[in-house]
Design a protein around this ligand. Sequence first.
Ligand code: CP
Length: 354
Amino acid sequence: MDSGSATWAVRNDKTMKLEPIVRHVARNPKPPYSSPPMSVRPTAPPDLLAARRLISVDDLSDADIAYILDLAEHYAGYLRRSDPAPKRLTGKTQINLFFEDSTRTNLSFELAGKKLGADVINVPVAASSVHKGESHVDTAQTMAAMAADVMVVRAKDEALHYELDDVLPCAVVNGGAGKTEHPTQALLDAAAIRSEFETLDGLVIAICGDIKHSRVAGSDARLFARLGAEVRFVGPAHLMPDDDQFTVVPRIDTLKDGLSGADIAMGLRMQFERMGDGAEDAARGFYDEFGLTHETLKLAKPGARVMHPGPMNRGVEISGALADDKELSLVLRQVFYGVPTRMACLDALLTRGE
Ligand code: CP
Protein backbone atom coordinates (compact mmCIF):
# COMPACT_ATOMS: atom_id res chain seq x y z
CA MET A 1 0.00 0.00 0.00
CA ASP A 2 1.30 3.47 -0.64
CA SER A 3 -0.22 6.76 0.25
CA GLY A 4 0.36 10.39 -0.31
CA SER A 5 -1.43 13.62 -0.75
CA ALA A 6 -1.87 16.11 -3.47
CA THR A 7 -3.21 19.58 -3.73
CA TRP A 8 -5.62 20.57 -6.37
CA ALA A 9 -5.66 24.21 -7.35
CA VAL A 10 -9.01 25.60 -8.36
CA ARG A 11 -9.81 28.91 -9.88
CA ASN A 12 -9.76 31.96 -7.71
CA ASP A 13 -6.59 30.60 -6.12
CA LYS A 14 -8.56 28.42 -3.75
CA THR A 15 -6.62 25.30 -2.89
CA MET A 16 -8.21 22.21 -1.47
CA LYS A 17 -6.23 19.61 0.38
CA LEU A 18 -7.03 16.21 -1.02
CA GLU A 19 -7.42 13.09 1.01
CA PRO A 20 -4.55 10.71 0.41
CA ILE A 21 -5.26 8.43 -2.52
CA VAL A 22 -4.60 4.96 -1.19
CA ARG A 23 -3.95 2.08 -3.52
CA HIS A 24 -4.95 -1.34 -2.33
CA VAL A 25 -3.16 -4.10 -4.11
CA ALA A 26 -5.06 -6.95 -2.52
CA ARG A 27 -8.35 -7.97 -4.11
CA ASN A 28 -11.14 -9.73 -2.29
CA PRO A 29 -12.63 -12.81 -3.93
CA LYS A 30 -15.47 -11.76 -6.18
CA PRO A 31 -18.71 -11.70 -4.21
CA PRO A 32 -22.03 -12.82 -5.66
CA TYR A 33 -23.75 -10.16 -7.76
CA SER A 34 -26.53 -8.81 -5.61
CA SER A 35 -27.63 -5.62 -3.96
CA PRO A 36 -26.92 -5.45 -0.24
CA PRO A 37 -30.26 -5.79 1.59
CA MET A 38 -31.16 -2.40 3.03
CA SER A 39 -34.82 -2.78 3.96
CA VAL A 40 -34.26 -1.05 7.31
CA ARG A 41 -33.49 2.65 7.22
CA PRO A 42 -29.85 3.12 8.24
CA THR A 43 -29.01 5.04 11.39
CA ALA A 44 -27.40 8.42 10.80
CA PRO A 45 -23.93 8.96 12.26
CA PRO A 46 -23.45 11.71 14.85
CA ASP A 47 -22.80 15.10 13.30
CA LEU A 48 -24.02 14.00 9.87
CA LEU A 49 -22.74 16.24 7.08
CA ALA A 50 -21.10 18.65 9.47
CA ALA A 51 -19.92 20.67 6.46
CA ARG A 52 -23.63 21.55 5.81
CA ARG A 53 -22.88 21.60 2.09
CA LEU A 54 -21.91 19.11 -0.58
CA ILE A 55 -19.46 20.82 -2.90
CA SER A 56 -16.61 18.33 -2.79
CA VAL A 57 -16.13 14.70 -1.84
CA ASP A 58 -13.91 16.23 0.85
CA ASP A 59 -17.03 17.68 2.52
CA LEU A 60 -17.99 14.13 3.47
CA SER A 61 -16.64 12.19 6.43
CA ASP A 62 -16.17 8.45 6.03
CA ALA A 63 -19.29 7.98 8.18
CA ASP A 64 -21.25 10.39 5.93
CA ILE A 65 -20.23 8.39 2.85
CA ALA A 66 -21.21 5.06 4.40
CA TYR A 67 -24.57 6.49 5.55
CA ILE A 68 -25.41 8.11 2.20
CA LEU A 69 -24.61 4.91 0.29
CA ASP A 70 -26.72 2.82 2.68
CA LEU A 71 -29.56 5.34 2.53
CA ALA A 72 -29.32 5.38 -1.27
CA GLU A 73 -29.73 1.60 -1.30
CA HIS A 74 -32.66 1.95 1.10
CA TYR A 75 -34.36 4.47 -1.20
CA ALA A 76 -33.52 2.32 -4.23
CA GLY A 77 -35.84 -0.27 -2.68
CA TYR A 78 -38.77 2.18 -2.83
CA LEU A 79 -38.01 2.89 -6.50
CA ARG A 80 -37.74 -0.79 -7.39
CA ARG A 81 -41.07 -1.52 -5.70
CA SER A 82 -42.71 1.66 -7.09
CA ASP A 83 -43.59 2.49 -3.47
CA PRO A 84 -43.93 6.11 -2.36
CA ALA A 85 -40.96 7.21 -0.29
CA PRO A 86 -41.47 8.91 3.09
CA LYS A 87 -42.10 12.62 2.53
CA ARG A 88 -39.21 13.71 4.70
CA LEU A 89 -38.70 17.01 2.87
CA THR A 90 -42.29 18.31 2.98
CA GLY A 91 -42.19 22.09 3.34
CA LYS A 92 -38.60 22.33 2.07
CA THR A 93 -37.78 24.29 -1.07
CA GLN A 94 -35.17 23.00 -3.51
CA ILE A 95 -33.83 25.15 -6.34
CA ASN A 96 -31.96 23.56 -9.24
CA LEU A 97 -29.80 26.24 -10.84
CA PHE A 98 -27.91 24.83 -13.81
CA PHE A 99 -25.76 27.29 -15.74
CA GLU A 100 -24.47 24.40 -17.88
CA ASP A 101 -26.54 21.82 -19.75
CA SER A 102 -27.62 18.63 -18.02
CA THR A 103 -30.01 15.76 -18.51
CA ARG A 104 -29.21 13.18 -15.81
CA THR A 105 -28.14 15.38 -12.91
CA ASN A 106 -30.78 18.07 -13.22
CA LEU A 107 -33.71 15.72 -13.74
CA SER A 108 -32.67 13.16 -11.14
CA PHE A 109 -32.26 15.91 -8.54
CA GLU A 110 -35.75 17.11 -9.47
CA LEU A 111 -37.18 13.62 -9.14
CA ALA A 112 -35.27 13.02 -5.90
CA GLY A 113 -36.60 16.16 -4.25
CA LYS A 114 -40.17 15.51 -5.42
CA LYS A 115 -40.13 11.91 -4.22
CA LEU A 116 -39.22 13.19 -0.75
CA GLY A 117 -41.99 15.80 -0.81
CA ALA A 118 -39.95 18.97 -1.41
CA ASP A 119 -41.13 21.87 -3.56
CA VAL A 120 -38.69 21.77 -6.46
CA ILE A 121 -38.00 24.53 -8.96
CA ASN A 122 -35.76 24.13 -12.01
CA VAL A 123 -34.56 27.63 -12.89
CA PRO A 124 -35.00 28.12 -16.65
CA VAL A 125 -31.57 29.73 -17.05
CA ALA A 126 -31.85 30.09 -20.84
CA ALA A 127 -34.94 32.28 -20.39
CA SER A 128 -33.81 34.01 -17.20
CA SER A 129 -32.42 37.44 -16.39
CA VAL A 130 -28.91 36.00 -16.70
CA HIS A 131 -29.34 37.05 -20.32
CA LYS A 132 -29.99 40.62 -19.23
CA GLY A 133 -26.59 40.58 -17.59
CA GLU A 134 -27.55 39.47 -14.07
CA SER A 135 -24.56 37.77 -12.47
CA HIS A 136 -24.61 34.14 -11.39
CA VAL A 137 -24.23 35.18 -7.76
CA ASP A 138 -27.11 37.68 -7.99
CA THR A 139 -29.27 35.06 -9.70
CA ALA A 140 -28.51 32.55 -6.93
CA GLN A 141 -29.16 35.13 -4.20
CA THR A 142 -32.47 36.04 -5.84
CA MET A 143 -33.57 32.41 -5.89
CA ALA A 144 -32.37 31.85 -2.33
CA ALA A 145 -34.47 34.82 -1.19
CA MET A 146 -37.56 32.77 -2.13
CA ALA A 147 -36.95 30.87 1.12
CA ALA A 148 -34.85 28.15 -0.46
CA ASP A 149 -33.51 25.42 1.80
CA VAL A 150 -31.10 23.93 -0.73
CA MET A 151 -29.69 25.01 -4.07
CA VAL A 152 -28.21 22.53 -6.52
CA VAL A 153 -25.80 24.40 -8.78
CA ARG A 154 -23.95 23.45 -11.94
CA ALA A 155 -21.46 25.96 -13.29
CA LYS A 156 -18.34 26.21 -15.37
CA ASP A 157 -16.81 28.55 -12.79
CA GLU A 158 -15.12 26.21 -10.32
CA ALA A 159 -15.04 28.81 -7.55
CA LEU A 160 -18.74 29.73 -7.78
CA HIS A 161 -20.00 27.02 -5.42
CA TYR A 162 -17.66 28.19 -2.67
CA GLU A 163 -18.63 31.79 -3.30
CA LEU A 164 -22.31 30.86 -3.01
CA ASP A 165 -21.66 28.84 0.12
CA ASP A 166 -20.30 32.04 1.69
CA VAL A 167 -23.24 34.27 0.77
CA LEU A 168 -26.37 32.10 0.55
CA PRO A 169 -28.56 31.33 3.53
CA CYS A 170 -29.28 27.82 2.19
CA ALA A 171 -27.26 24.66 1.67
CA VAL A 172 -25.27 24.45 -1.59
CA VAL A 173 -24.96 21.20 -3.51
CA ASN A 174 -22.56 20.82 -6.39
CA GLY A 175 -24.31 19.47 -9.47
CA GLY A 176 -21.07 19.76 -11.47
CA ALA A 177 -18.23 22.28 -11.22
CA GLY A 178 -16.14 22.94 -14.33
CA LYS A 179 -13.37 20.36 -14.59
CA THR A 180 -12.99 19.78 -10.87
CA GLU A 181 -15.78 17.99 -9.00
CA HIS A 182 -19.11 16.22 -9.39
CA PRO A 183 -19.52 14.61 -5.98
CA THR A 184 -23.04 13.23 -6.34
CA GLN A 185 -22.00 11.50 -9.58
CA ALA A 186 -19.19 9.82 -7.64
CA LEU A 187 -21.63 8.75 -4.92
CA LEU A 188 -24.10 7.30 -7.44
CA ASP A 189 -21.25 5.55 -9.25
CA ALA A 190 -20.17 4.01 -5.94
CA ALA A 191 -23.77 2.97 -5.22
CA ALA A 192 -24.00 1.31 -8.65
CA ILE A 193 -20.69 -0.48 -8.11
CA ARG A 194 -21.81 -1.72 -4.68
CA SER A 195 -25.00 -3.08 -6.23
CA GLU A 196 -22.85 -5.19 -8.55
CA PHE A 197 -19.75 -6.03 -6.48
CA GLU A 198 -21.10 -5.40 -2.92
CA THR A 199 -18.02 -3.39 -2.03
CA LEU A 200 -15.40 -1.17 -3.63
CA ASP A 201 -12.76 -2.37 -1.21
CA GLY A 202 -10.05 -4.16 -3.19
CA LEU A 203 -11.54 -3.47 -6.62
CA VAL A 204 -9.28 -2.23 -9.41
CA ILE A 205 -11.02 0.63 -11.23
CA ALA A 206 -9.54 1.99 -14.46
CA ILE A 207 -10.83 5.47 -15.29
CA CYS A 208 -10.23 5.81 -19.02
CA GLY A 209 -10.04 8.63 -21.54
CA ASP A 210 -10.39 12.38 -21.13
CA ILE A 211 -9.42 12.68 -17.48
CA LYS A 212 -7.96 16.15 -17.97
CA HIS A 213 -11.32 17.83 -18.60
CA SER A 214 -13.50 15.58 -16.44
CA ARG A 215 -15.05 16.61 -13.13
CA VAL A 216 -16.35 13.05 -12.78
CA ALA A 217 -12.81 11.65 -12.85
CA GLY A 218 -11.79 14.03 -10.05
CA SER A 219 -14.62 13.06 -7.72
CA ASP A 220 -14.58 9.36 -8.63
CA ALA A 221 -10.84 9.01 -8.01
CA ARG A 222 -11.09 10.62 -4.61
CA LEU A 223 -14.20 8.74 -3.48
CA PHE A 224 -13.24 5.32 -4.85
CA ALA A 225 -9.81 5.48 -3.21
CA ARG A 226 -11.40 6.36 0.14
CA LEU A 227 -13.65 3.32 -0.26
CA GLY A 228 -10.60 1.09 -0.70
CA ALA A 229 -10.39 0.72 -4.48
CA GLU A 230 -7.18 0.86 -6.49
CA VAL A 231 -7.76 3.67 -8.98
CA ARG A 232 -5.84 4.12 -12.23
CA PHE A 233 -6.00 6.77 -14.92
CA VAL A 234 -5.72 5.32 -18.43
CA GLY A 235 -5.29 7.44 -21.53
CA PRO A 236 -2.90 9.43 -23.68
CA ALA A 237 -0.62 11.99 -22.01
CA HIS A 238 -2.48 14.96 -23.49
CA LEU A 239 -5.70 13.89 -21.75
CA MET A 240 -4.10 13.41 -18.32
CA PRO A 241 -4.43 16.00 -15.52
CA ASP A 242 -1.57 18.40 -14.88
CA ASP A 243 1.49 16.81 -13.28
CA ASP A 244 0.85 18.38 -9.88
CA GLN A 245 -2.65 16.94 -9.64
CA PHE A 246 -3.52 13.46 -8.45
CA THR A 247 0.16 12.72 -8.12
CA VAL A 248 -0.39 9.35 -6.46
CA VAL A 249 -2.83 7.93 -8.99
CA PRO A 250 -0.92 5.78 -11.49
CA ARG A 251 -1.17 7.01 -15.09
CA ILE A 252 -1.07 4.34 -17.74
CA ASP A 253 -0.83 5.15 -21.43
CA THR A 254 -2.00 1.89 -23.00
CA LEU A 255 -5.34 0.16 -22.65
CA LYS A 256 -3.55 -3.20 -22.47
CA ASP A 257 -1.67 -2.27 -19.30
CA GLY A 258 -4.39 -0.02 -17.94
CA LEU A 259 -7.12 -2.64 -18.06
CA SER A 260 -4.91 -5.52 -16.91
CA GLY A 261 -6.44 -6.87 -13.70
CA ALA A 262 -9.23 -4.25 -13.71
CA ASP A 263 -12.68 -5.07 -12.35
CA ILE A 264 -14.20 -1.94 -13.84
CA ALA A 265 -13.41 0.13 -16.93
CA MET A 266 -14.96 3.56 -16.46
CA GLY A 267 -15.16 5.41 -19.78
CA LEU A 268 -15.41 9.18 -19.80
CA ARG A 269 -16.93 11.52 -22.32
CA MET A 270 -14.47 13.31 -24.56
CA GLN A 271 -15.21 16.87 -23.41
CA PHE A 272 -14.80 18.60 -26.76
CA GLU A 273 -16.40 21.82 -25.50
CA ARG A 274 -13.54 22.30 -23.01
CA MET A 275 -10.74 21.65 -25.52
CA GLY A 276 -10.97 24.72 -27.71
CA ASP A 277 -8.96 24.44 -30.91
CA GLY A 278 -7.45 21.09 -29.87
CA ALA A 279 -10.72 19.18 -30.01
CA GLU A 280 -10.23 17.51 -33.38
CA ASP A 281 -6.65 16.51 -32.58
CA ALA A 282 -7.68 15.03 -29.22
CA ALA A 283 -10.17 12.68 -30.85
CA ARG A 284 -7.99 11.59 -33.77
CA GLY A 285 -7.09 7.92 -33.39
CA PHE A 286 -8.47 7.82 -29.83
CA TYR A 287 -11.08 5.12 -30.43
CA ASP A 288 -8.55 2.82 -32.14
CA GLU A 289 -6.17 3.10 -29.19
CA PHE A 290 -8.44 3.64 -26.19
CA GLY A 291 -12.02 2.85 -27.23
CA LEU A 292 -13.89 0.54 -24.86
CA THR A 293 -15.35 -2.34 -26.86
CA HIS A 294 -16.22 -5.99 -26.25
CA GLU A 295 -12.76 -6.80 -27.58
CA THR A 296 -10.79 -4.38 -25.42
CA LEU A 297 -12.79 -5.22 -22.28
CA LYS A 298 -11.26 -8.71 -22.59
CA LEU A 299 -7.99 -7.07 -21.50
CA ALA A 300 -9.57 -6.60 -18.08
CA LYS A 301 -10.31 -9.22 -15.43
CA PRO A 302 -12.84 -11.88 -16.43
CA GLY A 303 -16.25 -10.62 -15.32
CA ALA A 304 -15.18 -6.99 -15.56
CA ARG A 305 -17.89 -4.41 -16.06
CA VAL A 306 -17.95 -1.20 -18.07
CA MET A 307 -19.31 2.10 -16.76
CA HIS A 308 -19.77 5.58 -18.18
CA PRO A 309 -21.30 8.60 -16.44
CA GLY A 310 -22.86 9.87 -19.67
CA PRO A 311 -23.57 11.52 -21.91
CA MET A 312 -21.72 9.09 -24.17
CA ASN A 313 -20.06 9.70 -27.51
CA ARG A 314 -20.71 6.31 -29.08
CA GLY A 315 -17.86 5.29 -31.32
CA VAL A 316 -15.53 7.86 -29.74
CA GLU A 317 -14.84 6.53 -26.23
CA ILE A 318 -17.12 3.48 -26.09
CA SER A 319 -18.82 1.23 -28.63
CA GLY A 320 -22.60 1.35 -28.73
CA ALA A 321 -22.71 -2.46 -28.54
CA LEU A 322 -20.75 -2.55 -25.28
CA ALA A 323 -22.65 0.38 -23.76
CA ASP A 324 -25.93 -1.45 -24.50
CA ASP A 325 -24.73 -4.88 -23.32
CA LYS A 326 -27.15 -5.74 -20.53
CA GLU A 327 -24.69 -8.02 -18.76
CA LEU A 328 -21.43 -6.10 -19.05
CA SER A 329 -22.60 -2.50 -18.98
CA LEU A 330 -23.67 -0.67 -15.82
CA VAL A 331 -24.42 2.58 -17.67
CA LEU A 332 -28.19 2.59 -17.10
CA ARG A 333 -27.69 1.24 -13.57
CA GLN A 334 -25.68 4.40 -12.90
CA VAL A 335 -28.60 6.46 -14.16
CA PHE A 336 -31.02 4.51 -11.95
CA TYR A 337 -28.88 5.11 -8.85
CA GLY A 338 -28.84 8.83 -9.59
CA VAL A 339 -32.31 9.23 -8.09
CA PRO A 340 -31.98 7.31 -4.79
CA THR A 341 -28.43 8.61 -4.25
CA ARG A 342 -29.58 12.20 -4.67
CA MET A 343 -32.57 11.46 -2.42
CA ALA A 344 -30.05 10.30 0.18
CA CYS A 345 -27.89 13.42 -0.24
CA LEU A 346 -30.85 15.82 0.04
CA ASP A 347 -32.27 13.92 3.01
CA ALA A 348 -28.92 13.89 4.82
CA LEU A 349 -28.32 17.57 4.18
CA LEU A 350 -31.79 18.86 5.03
CA THR A 351 -32.83 16.56 7.88
CA ARG A 352 -29.34 15.83 9.27
CA GLY A 353 -30.69 12.33 9.94
CA GLU A 354 -33.43 13.49 12.37
N1 CP B 1 -23.32 12.50 -15.80
C1 CP B 1 -23.84 13.75 -15.93
O1 CP B 1 -23.49 14.66 -15.16
O2 CP B 1 -24.77 13.88 -16.90
P1 CP B 1 -25.56 15.24 -17.24
O3 CP B 1 -24.56 16.20 -17.80
O4 CP B 1 -26.61 14.83 -18.24
O5 CP B 1 -26.15 15.76 -15.96
